[in-house]
Design a protein around this ligand. Structure first.
Ligand code: NAP
Length: 469
């Protein structure tokens, strides 16, 4: 559904009126176009003498064809960039900012004490006004659990506050993320940098992403234009909304998509499957035989690589007014059925080693919501499932992550009463709702074979909604 205010606020006179009245101006977000470069514009790089990721960053920026510039406190970047095969210059004069850039990337892994945080101040103070609209800010750090001293863990944890504030402060649809990279896990960083620097992450902001050391330390050679080539991917709830967008994005990345939905949605499901060159599988995931049916279907295909648990329902009522079947149906479809399917697919080996499970939670599961005790329980349970299964499956290289969408423009949110809908749309740092494609892009990033270092993450696709933040 269209956001009339967004169109109005971006028209010539609407923009002036909105500004005069002090109303928020939602920017038209840049979104991924096929064949587009990862980033259009330069990256300004900052860090400290002990930054540990600069070599890896130089290689990745070279691989994505980025132009880079060095902040005055990081002159050594120029030599590193040259070694990686890139030309790089210094940004700005002593007190003068340099050219506008598309991204700011600061390697904060070298910070071991809060007294060193002024390096962050210098960099972001100098460059905050120089980021182009729809630009990107990325801070890289070490997760506190990987730090060797309390002081180091403290300053690394402090990066969360900085990043979330930048995401709120910079406006103009600029997003900011913090990526914690485990020691020696930098070889698994590229898929995440490609995602967060590109328009694929248009509606993701203020997030903390953890890259761990995968059990299998193999460097994957990727065709980045088709990262899911040859992968067999099953998407539940694929007949419409977010599920249909997931099927489309997965297919555009080269996957063979098995589109699953309830038998009643057969016609719409078949249409989506045909559109993406995939196949339809009509099945109620909560049916008693569903897990076994999926194992047999996967085995007949020679195994599946990815399952996306997108199917979900709402049955809203305050708990005092809620009938028991509203509770049981929501918990069963949104959580228990997914647990049964995961166990069956992984235990039987029908989901291959190195496979990916991507779940769809919700900010309701993080913040809670009136009338949604059943839904919020199920979606918080999805977070619990991700947290508890990620270490168990790590040995087999199977990852499990979740996205938690905020307000996404779908048939579900179009049915919300006007005032609530407007509040849902505007109460985030980007002042607008997301599109199904935004959720699908985040899921495709988790699903990529190159995302082997990502497991146990829950990333909100909510434009940094204030709910549950
Ligand atoms: P949707 O338009 O209602 O699509 C969900 C699909 O899943 C429907 O086709 C539905 O079929 C199907 N489904 C329901 N129960 C099923 C079952 N037992 N077996 C197989 N398929 C089943 O929802 P959406 O808005 O695209 O949302 C997709 C996911 O994102 C859900 O998990 C939702 O909770 C989550 N989410 C959405 C938003 C948002 O703003 N839209 C925000 C946060 C989270 P029916 O026709 O039977 O319903």
């Amino acid at each position: 559904m269209t956001d009339a205010y967004l169109n109005f606020a971006n028209s010539t006179w609407g923009s002036k009126l909105a500004q005069g009245l002090g109303l928020p101006k939602p920017w038209v977000l840049e979104r991924h176009e096929p064949g587009q470069a990862v980033i259009q514009g330069s990256i300004l790089v900052g860090g400290t003498a002990d930054s540990a990721l600069l070599h890896s960053l130089a290689n990745i920026f070279q691989a994505i064809g980025a132009q880079t510039l060095a902040h005055r406190e990081l002159p050594q970047w120029i030599a590193l960039a040259n070694q990686a095969g890139m030309m790089s210059g210094r940004w700005g004069q002593e007190d003068q900012p340099g050219e506008k850039v598309k991204a700011l990337v600061f390697d904060a892994t070298g910070l071991t004490d809060s007294t060193q945080s002024s390096a962050l101040y210098q960099f972001f103070h100098d460059a905050a006004r120089s980021v182009l609209p729809c630009g990107r800010v990325v801070v890289l750090g070490r997760a506190p659990e990987h730090c060797s001293s309390a002081r180091q863990a403290t300053v690394q944890r402090a990066l969360e506050g900085l990043t979330r504030s930048l995401a709120k402060e910079l406006k103009k649809a600029i997003t900011a993320q913090l990526i914690y990279v485990a020691p020696q896990a930098e070889f698994a960083l590229e898929s995440t940098l490609r995602f967060v620097l590109s328009p694929r992450s248009a509606y993701v902001s203020g997030q903390v992403i953890r890259i761990g050391l995968p059990v299998t330390e193999t460097l994957i050679t990727m065709d980045w234009s088709q990262p899911l080539a040859g992968q067999k991917v099953v998407v539940t709830g694929a007949s419409r909304g977010i599920g249909a967008a997931i099927a489309q994005v997965m297919a555009s990345e080269g996957a063979q998509v098995i589109c699953l939905d309830v038998p009643q949605a057969q016609e719409a499901l078949q249409a989506v499957a045909s559109q993406v060159g995939g196949r339809a599988l009509a099945l109620d995931i909560a049916a008693p035989h569903a897990a076994q049916t999926l194992v047999e279907a996967a085995q007949a295909d020679g195994g599946w690589d990815v399952i996306v648990h997108n199917a979900g329902i709402t049955r809203d009522k305050t708990i005092a007014n809620m009938k028991p079947h509203f509770w049981t149906s929501v918990v069963d479809i949104n959580l228990s059925a997914q647990e049964r399917i995961n166990d069956a697919l992984v235990d039987s080996g029908a989901l291959r080693s190195g496979g990916r499970v991507v779940c769809v939670s919700s900010i309701s599961g993080i913040a809670g919501n009136v009338g949604q005790t059943n839904y919020a329980l199920s979606k918080a349970g999805v977070v619990g499932m991700v947290n508890s299964l990620s270490p168990v499956w790590a040995e087999r290289g199977i990852t499990i992550n979740a996205v938690a969408p905020g307000f996404i423009e779908t048939a579900m949110t179009a049915a919300v009463p006007f005032a609530l809908r407007e509040a849902g749309r505007r109460m985030n740092s980007l002042s607008q709702g997301g599109l199904p494609e935004d959720v699908a892009q985040a899921i495709a990033w988790f699903a990529s074979p190159a995302s082997m270092g990502l497991t146990g993450n829950v990333v909100r696709v909510c434009g940094q909604s204030i709910l549950g933040a």
